[in-house]
Design a protein around this ligand. Structure first.
Ligand code: BG6
Length: 483
């Protein structure tokens, strides 16, 4: 058997894309609730268009999402049926601290997640909990300027301490901040940042990043103090950059672009700023304010493991204008002519996953965890309502094979694998429902119509078999569709 017996197979979701119930149970509003479906979504995501309240004529998919707030018992039962060992989910910060700066947490919010964790444990499923997944309470954006303000460190730490203490014994695996590098590309999504006229955007982003990094290190410290069993990870929007040609300047560009993401993980995994980042601040005259104690805080609490999302590799060049471009997770890329693409233009590169695992393991020498991977596709139910999603099975099969090779051939230490959107949910980039990743179909469309009924796709039965065989049987010919 290639993978260890305790390999953590499962799936992943995030509160903002699944829960809905944004006004239920005393929850406050957050950045992501304000992300409209449609053409304006991108500008809001980048912080270039300010939308801090619901406006008429827009549809806000996060309001109801797939209403997991009311369906979690049913959903967890289905995860258990697939044999999940782990379920990655996130907490909604504003469900616990509705305004972000409240003195006391919202008990109803805390109870909601407690019930989820107990339900997961009933089935022997380990929760893997992201403390912040594209989530900042609206009040902190409106009245503090969000993560550009150092006060956010204390407020995040209070939130982290609350949940780490409350869920002691129920949750052991934690991620501090989802895809922390998204802050550089979609600052509103990654950090609730809306730019003011004339601001130095690069400076604001790296200042916010510094605050997130310090807050993440403090949360890691508290996690270890609360329970020595706790395992804390950082989380990168992954996928390495290939040089388009073997021209040295293209290779140099690939190194530089990889560093944009590694910057965060270098700090979180090694406990200090890399020299290339300090040089960048100096060269570009970015005045990043750091307090004297920050270096010690970062050094004292590196993460235990490194997690990342992987959908695709990227391709770069010193002369990007010469090439055709396509979309990708979080930000675009030059189109790699050697790779096929999904219906949304994201390129498909299973070997790139093995390469990423190797690069990161070489760099950090810490256990890795693939916490997102999957294919966003349009699913069309047949006359019986069944979805034969062999395309999704094929994508995931190839990626599983790639990480198995990284473990078996290269010796990478890998804790687990959670596919993204194991149940259909709202797409982060587009706000669509029709960009589906799930093993479980949810009857809801891009305009919010549908019964919300859950049904099993072919991939549901296939993944169940994959887990049962600990990744040994990846064939879809041997699956049973009977139950
Ligand atoms: C990652 C996020 O960016 O990729 C998820 O952590 C997101 O929240 C996922 O949903 C897939 O992206 P998209 O845009 O297809 O939903």
């Amino acid at each position: 058997m290639v993978l260890p017996k305790n390999f953590l197979w499962g799936g992943a979701t995030a509160a903002n894309q699944a829960e809905g119930g944004v006004l239920d149970g005393g929850r406050g509003l957050s950045n992501i609730d304000m992300m409209p479906h449609g053409a304006e979504r991108k500008k809001v995501a980048t912080g270039d268009k300010k939308m801090l309240s619901w406006e008429d004529n827009y549809y806000y998919p996060a309001k109801k999402a797939i209403d997991m707030y009311h369906h979690y018992m049913e959903d967890i039962k289905l995860f258990a049926e697939m044999g999940f060992k782990v379920y990655r989910m996130s907490l909604s910060w504003s469900r616990i601290f509705p305004n972000g700066d409240d003195e006391k947490p919202n008990e109803e919010g805390l109870l909601f997640y407690e019930k989820i964790f107990k339900e997961l444990r009933k089935y022997g499923i380990e929760p893997l909990v992201t403390i912040a997944h594209f989530d900042v309470p609206l009040n902190l954006i409106e009245n503090y300027g969000s993560w550009r303000n150092r006060k956010l460190i204390d407020l995040f730490v209070r939130y982290a301490r609350t949940v780490l203490t409350r869920y002691k014994g129920l949750v052991k695996y934690w991620l501090t901040i989802n895809e922390i590098n998204i802050l550089l590309h979609q600052p509103f999504v990654g950090g609730g940042i809306v730019f003011e006229e004339g601001e130095n955007k690069e400076e604001v982003k790296y200042q916010a990043a510094h605050h997130q990094l310090v807050a993440s290190a403090l949360a890691t410290k508290i996690a270890h103090e609360v329970d020595a069993e706790n395992q804390v990870g950082c989380m990168l929007a992954g996928g390495n950059n290939y040089p388009y040609t073997c021209r040295p300047e293209d290779y140099q560009e690939a190194i530089n672009r990889d560093r944009e993401g590694y910057f965060f993980i270098d700090v979180q995994a090694r406990g200090k700023y890399p020299n290339y980042a300090l040089k960048k601040f100096e060269r570009e005259n970015l005045n990043i304010v750091m307090e004297s104690e920050d270096a010690d805080i970062l050094a004292a609490s590196p993460v235990d493991f490194v997690s990342f999302s992987y959908y695709s590799s990227r391709t770069v060049s010193a002369h990007p204008e010469d090439y055709e471009h396509t979309t990708g997770n979080v930000f675009g890329t030059i189109k790699n002519p050697n790779l096929p693409s999904s219906a949304w233009g994201w390129q498909i590169d299973p070997l790139g996953l093995r390469n990423s695992l190797n690069q990161m393991y070489d760099r950090y020498q810490k256990p890795l965890f693939i916490v997102e991977n999957g294919l966003g596709a349009v699913d069309v139910p047949d006359e019986n309502g069944f979805i034969d999603d062999e395309y999704r099975i094929e994508y995931i099969r190839q990626h599983i094979q790639a990480f198995k090779d990284a473990v078996e051939v290269d010796g990478v230490e890998l804790l687990g694998y959670t596919t993204w959107g194991c149940i259909d949910l709202i797409s982060a980039s587009t706000g669509q429902m029709s960009k589906r990743y799930g093993f479980i179909y949810v009857d809801r469309d891009d305009e919010g119509n549908g019964t919300l009924k859950r049904s099993k796709k072919k991939s549901f039965y296939w993944y169940k078999q994959v887990i049962e065989s600990n990744g040994e049987n990846l064939s879809s010919k041997t699956i049973s569709l009977s139950n």
